[in-house]
Design a protein around this ligand. Structure first.
Ligand SMILES: Nc1ncnc2c1ncn2[C@@H]1O[C@H](COP(=O)(O)OP(=O)(O)OP(=O)(O)O)[C@@H](O)[C@H]1O
Ligand SMILES: [Mg+2]
Length: 335
């Protein structure tokens, strides 16, 4: 039996209407366009794609921090269930305890005028989760230790810390309310490679210890390949492929995924220099191409790709892809 979904997304769209008109038409940015996706409970789920593909917007929509234009996001951690598009004020308060964001930039995210203790304690205090200062301090000490922060550091201010330490503070703040679901948006992108590995190890340990589901957003495929259980690949507001991580990186089926991997020699499954390079830039989400939205850059596009949007289909267990010719891309791969 497959693992139950913690997050179940159906036909989700996040469209932003821009104020001005171009040639008499109001521009609509389709940041997320008809996305369906399941994030299994307890998984470390990767979301990859070029800049502007909609990764952050998807993470924010799940957290009710981006406006949902249509579709559904359902949350179920086994104890509580929410319909995020229609969530009420009182439920949202509970949801905020259960679903949290770890920011990308540990420098910008931490208030320079607050001590580390106060930074970590703030969510507990804002949500009224503790009844005394002693209890708050106890919870702060507990999570700080789990995040491998030295307890003496709690009295200091964030400027005294390195990037890796600041990211630990951010993580402690996100986890102090004992959330069940975390969106980690480019959480290691700003760090040196050696520190990245350290933070990734910490996140995986915390995930297991605290039974958390992670949505790990990254444009760095090598980080995702080594960290995530499952991966979804996003292109121009749409998911084009999902698979268990090992399978996605050994047998990518969508030409976009193949192109992303071929740009990283150590991850290129062909490794023969023959994989296609991705030409051009991602089109504007205010002007999404017809048919398959990847056809303007696709090395194997045929005439029908300009007209017909490909169906979302399962090519192997848990391996889903949206491409008319995904079977052929496999057949064409060298043995
Ligand atoms: N509030 C907004 N109003 C208008 N357009 C927006 C808004 N938020 C995001 N967008 C647009 O939606 C698209 C997707 O943006 P998003 O930030 O989700 O991409 P991303 O994949 O996270 O990119 P990056 O890797 O650079 O972080 C972009 O074209 C962006 O300009
Ligand atoms: Mg982003």
């Amino acid at each position: 039996m497959s693992t139950p979904s913690h997050i179940s997304i159906r036909n989700l769209s996040v469209h932003y209407g821009l104020g001005h008109k171009v040639l008499g038409e109001r521009l609509v940015v389709k940041a997320i366009d008809d996305v369906s996706l399941d994030i299994p409970k307890g998984s470390f789920f990767g979301l990859v794609g070029e800049s502007g593909s909609g990764k952050t917007t998807l993470g924010r929509a799940i957290l009710k921090a981006a406006p949902i234009t249509s579709g559904h996001v359902r949350y179920n951690d086994g104890e509580a269930e929410f319909d995020i598009a229609n969530i009420g004020k009182a439920e949202l308060k509970d949801y905020r305890k259960r679903a949290q964001l770890i920011f990308q930039d540990p420098y910008a995210a931490l208030s320079p005028r607050m001590t580390v203790r106060d930074i970590i304690a703030e969510p507990l205090e804002v949500m009224g989760l503790t009844s005394s200062r002693d209890e708050t301090d106890e919870r702060v000490r507990e999570i700080a230790a789990k995040c491998r922060l030295n307890l003496e550091h709690l009295r200091r201010f964030p400027h005294a810390f390195s990037g890796g330490q600041r990211q630990r503070i951010s993580i402690a703040r996100a986890l102090v309310c004992q959330p069940k679901f975390i969106v980690a948006d480019e959480s290691v992108a700003a760090l040196d490679v050696s520190i990245q590995a350290d933070i990734l190890n910490l996140l995986r340990t915390l995930q297991e210890d605290m039974d958390i589901t992670f949505l790990f957003i990254s444009h760095d495929l090598s980080v995702v390949a080594h960290t995530c259980d499952q991966v979804a690949v996003m292109y121009l507001g749409s998911i084009v492929e999902t698979a268990p991580s090992r399978e996605l990186f050994s047998t990518p089926r969508h030409p976009y995924t193949k192109a992303l991997l071929s740009a990283i020699p150590s991850l290129d499954p062909d490794d023969r220099g023959r994989a296609q390079k991705l030409e051009g830039e991602i089109p504007s989400p205010a002007n999404v191409p017809s048919g398959c939205r990847f056809h303007t850059r696709c090395p194997i596009a045929k005439d029908n790709c300009r007209v017909d949007a490909p169906a979302w289909r399962e090519l192997a267990p848990e391996h889903m892809v949206a491409c008319h010719y995904a079977d052929e891309t496999v057949a064409a791969a060298p043995l």
